[in-house]
Write a protein that binds this ligand. Structure first.
Ligand code: NAD
Ligand code: LMR
Length: 338
């Protein structure tokens, strides 16, 4: 809490003071947009993560309220709140991992690209501060449109002379989480045992599930493929419509964000074979950014895997995805260059 330091000094509680400094080993994680629909459950779940020693919660509203609340959880991470632009740099100094769910969500009838005008500027400002305060941090970008906000982040880091393509990752884990769930539903499997690679990007037709590569190996009818592809590509819209103006996916997204952030922390710790889909600077296609399976390590993205054999349906989907992605990437790059 913001007044913990003062309270500690007033009471002369030296041991509390040590804890408040976050002296224990573990990783330092900042969440930017921590008071939002995703930010709050994400903050709660990261406070429960034993790999996290220090959790910085930054927002332009209610950061201290969320921090006071979460700081009472009896888990080991020390939590600190940072409110408003003037505290952004303090929130970022020394961070190993920065997760960005800041920005406005969709309402029914909107595309993710309709969020560009507001969210592009938010992500740009936040990344300028990251470039200055913790340029070596791994950055997980959740704010939409991810297909453009990741190129925006990359351009900001390039401008600042600190771009490391291994460290900037667009979070597409929710597409994988949904795909695993929907495939498990129709095949009568436990979703925890299902692994569906989802490549491309994170909007409509750019979300390309590779159902021919599902593990455990499944054989789908064409009807099932059409149903699954449509449901996975429009999972976000399904939630936006169900929430009827009250926002987009927050709880499943916080779950997916934590799954991905935890993988990044395991990789930073040195764990082997940490492989997940993410939207990153890539040479897998002719586009400069693409989501595919990547191996995470101590430096972020250590290896990007090729797409593997695609069937005709997936090859057609890939062409559609690339066409839309190219425009979204260009839009992000131009926003920073202009
Ligand atoms: P929300 O409106 O509930 O929360 C957003 C938070 O960002 C708010 O607390 C707001 O105060 C904060 N914010 C706004 N400007 C800020 C700034 N300059 N600095 C720091 N914080 C700022 O929205 P939400 O439901 O949490 O969604 C957030 C974003 O995540 C949206 O853009 C949404 O489209 C996106 N999203 C992405 C995925 C994905 O799979 N990548 C999934 C769901 C939502
Ligand atoms: C999602 O996939 O749920 C998010 O990208 C939010 C949205 O706008 O659909």
């Amino acid at each position: 809490p913001p007044n913990l330091q003062k309270m500690v000094e007033d009471l002369g509680l030296e041991r509390v003071n040590c804890r408040a400094k976050g002296a224990s080993s573990g990783f330092k994680v900042a969440i930017l947009g921590a008071a939002g629909g995703i930010g709050q459950p994400l903050a709660m779940l990261m406070k429960m993560n034993p790999l996290v020693s220090l959790l910085h919660l930054y927002d332009v509203v209610n950061a201290h309220g969320v921090t006071a609340d979460i700081s009472h959880m009896d888990t080991s991470a020390v939590v600190r709140g940072f409110l408003g632009q003037q505290q952004l740099e303090d929130a970022l100094i020394g961070m190993d991992l920065v997760i960005i769910p800041a920005g406005v969500p969709r309402k029914p009838g909107m595309t993710r690209d309709d969020l560009f005008n507001i969210n592009a500027g938010i992500v740009k400002t936040l990344c300028e501060a990251i470039a200055k305060c913790c340029p070596k941090a791994i950055v997980n970008i959740i704010s939409n449109p991810v297909n453009s906000t990741v190129p925006i982040a990359a351009e900001v880091f390039k401008k600042a002379g600190v771009f490391d393509p291994k460290r900037v990752l667009g979070v597409t884990m929710l597409d994988v989480v949904r795909a695993n769930t929907f495939v498990a539903e129709i095949m009568g499997l436990d979703p925890r045992e299902v692994d569906v690679p989802v490549v491309g990007g994170h909007a409509g037709v750019t979300i390309l599930p590779l159902l021919s590569q599902v593990k455990p190996s499944c054989s789908f009818t064409q009807k099932e493929i059409d149903y699954l592809t449509d449901r996975i590509q429009n999972g976000g819209t399904e939630v936006v419509e169900a929430k009827a103006g009250a926002g987009s996916a927050t709880l499943s997204m916080a779950y997916a964000a934590v799954k991905f952030a935890d993988a990044c922390l395991q990789a930073l710790r040195g764990d082997a074979a940490v492989v997940h889909c993410a939207y990153v600077a890539s040479e897998v296609t002719e586009l400069p950014f693409f989501a595919s399976k990547v191996r995470l390590g101590r430096n972020g993205v250590e290896e990007i895997y090729p797409l593997g054999p695609l069937n005709e349906y997936e090859r057609a989907g890939l062409e559609k995805a690339k066409k839309e992605l190219a425009g979204s990437i260009q839009k992000g790059v131009s926003f920073v260059k202009k």
